[in-house]
Design a protein around this ligand. Sequence first.
Ligand SMILES: Cc1cc2nc3c(=O)[nH]c(=O)nc-3n(C[C@H](O)[C@H](O)[C@H](O)COP(=O)(O)OP(=O)(O)OC[C@H]3O[C@@H](n4cnc5c(N)ncnc54)[C@H](O)[C@@H]3O)c2cc1C
Length: 301
Amino acid sequence: MSSRVLPVFDLLLPSNLEEAVGLLSQHGDQAAVMAGGTDLLVGMKVGMSPAFILSLADIQGLDYVAFDAKHGLRIGAMATLSQVVDSKVVNDKYHALWYSAFTNGTPQTRNAGTVVGNILRASPAGDCCCAALAHGGSVLLQGPAGKREVDLDEFWLDYRKTARKPDEVAVELKLKAPEHGYGSGFAALTRSYQDLAKINAAARVIMDGKVCRKVRLAMGAVAPITLRLKEAEKVLTGQEVTDQLLEQMAAAVRKEVKPIDDVRSTAEYRREVAGVLAKRVVQDAIKSVAGPCPYSCFMGA
Ligand SMILES: Cc1cc2nc3c(=O)[nH]c(=O)nc-3n(C[C@H](O)[C@H](O)[C@H](O)COP(=O)(O)OP(=O)(O)OC[C@H]3O[C@@H](n4cnc5c(N)ncnc54)[C@H](O)[C@@H]3O)c2cc1C
């Protein structure tokens, strides 16, 4: 039932990760981890009722966005969407992720909501999920036995289900270091401004002149989890990118997606636009190889 009043819960406020993991080991799936709370608290007003909320708010040092050319990008569990939007290095080198954060929600939800929360929320329509999957990377988890890394390709198991165990905290999102010729693009279609995506897509390419040396293509809201479109990737890999090739790729995308009808759209519409959107993000990714887009081109200037 929908209500403005939150159900009763106990708030746990650990001051470090070891304490957080200890509390999660004690309370198991009775406890929900909270970063920005922009999804969790909404869920609790429409039926979710965890006995404990374990907030990460008192743990220092989790709000970083750090880059180095060898290891790539690391985004800490408490780094907000706004921090990512304000990061020049993310805009320059991880453009799809930047744009997925920039178009995510409202200024208020971007100031509170986190990128890692978006990944852990595991919504098939999650914008940062889609962009992060296209960039490629992993989630660093900390549990009682220590730290482990799970590749994003294996992180989402089913609708809103991840590889995280109930006694683990997601510490950071890691994205691969950009290679020479690297570019990326993201796009989402929504019913209205600030709505969740009815379909989204992201691409990361590595170009050698006009030839696509490598590509990762991801799409959201077309399956129970954010989908990697491997058949469509095969069409582009090692080929000179022409309009005809992009049409072939779009046809492969339409075969690969598994959309459903829901409140935001129909399966038929999603399948049709999936090909168009995939072409658009691949073209955007290729354009971005030439150089980073200035902020202004995304602010209507
Ligand atoms: C008005 C509004 C607009 C929105 N618009 C968009 C949009 O355009 N695109 C979009 O993708 N989303 C949107 N969202 C959803 C949400 O705001 C984002 O997904 C946000 O990134 C979630 O981050 P958070 O830190 O608030 O997550 P939380 O609400 O804190 O957590 C989300 C889930 O992840 C788990 N979790 C979070 N952090 C961790 C961690 N470190 N370890 C383990 N588990 C963790 C929580 O237990 C919970 O299940 C919107 C929400 C609202 C209210």
